[in-house]
Ligand binder design. Sequence first.
Ligand code: ATP
Length: 227
Amino acid sequence: MLLDIRNVSVSFKKENQKSLFGKERQRVLDDISFSMDYEDAIGIVGPSGSGKSTLGKVILGIIKPDTGEVILEGEKIPSIASRKSMSLVFQDYKASVNPRFTIRQIIEEPLFLSKSSLNKDKEINRLLKDVGLDESFASRFPHEVSGGQLQRICIARSIATNPKIILLDEATSSLDLENQINILDLLKELKSKYKLSYIFISHDLDSINYLCNKVITLKNGKVETYD
Ligand SMILES: Nc1ncnc2c1ncn2[C@@H]1O[C@H](COP(=O)(O)OP(=O)(O)OP(=O)(O)O)[C@@H](O)[C@H]1O
């Protein structure tokens, strides 16, 4: 098994409490359990505020759950190994890149310590090709590419470290329909090429049905359906 989420609960301190030192907490995730096999694409769907992104952050080790655990290949998260095995693609691709970096610098950011510079150029060209862009993109800046192209660049960055799991948080939601479909097709292609596993957080059931083999529906922090 690749990933095992066991009885995860998360609560946050409630905002705007009547008393200044109020200790009321809001339970955002309530006893969530599910597992993921190699090469699964799991869709997480649910209304706004249902806890989808919080669950993503728990899986990435950004938020420590109050109770429960996340086990990646038998190892508890967060661990050094887990950080290397997972990467992330956001909805807000513009905010997730440094506007002063060239596309080459953006893609090589996670490769910083790992490869010699000669190999790096080759690697960047290969990654650009993987996401359907040619080598000329490497020297451009983010404002010189389209939204769909920038999201492709973020996907190239996310596969640069050979992760096992890519967490895509509303990764297609700010794109127009044509770009959404193109990105979903690209994700499918990369998945089979590199035997990737995806956790795909989305409002959009059509996209989830297109890409994913399992769907988890969250409602008020609980798993409502799992199939
Ligand atoms: N760091 C935090 N501190 C306090 N409350 C938080 C924090 N992060 C999230 N919440 C609250 O937890 C609940 C779930 O948020 P979350 O972002 O996980 O929902 P979501 O399902 O991803 O929503 P959306 O679809 O709108 O992105 C919300 O009520 C949110 O206000």
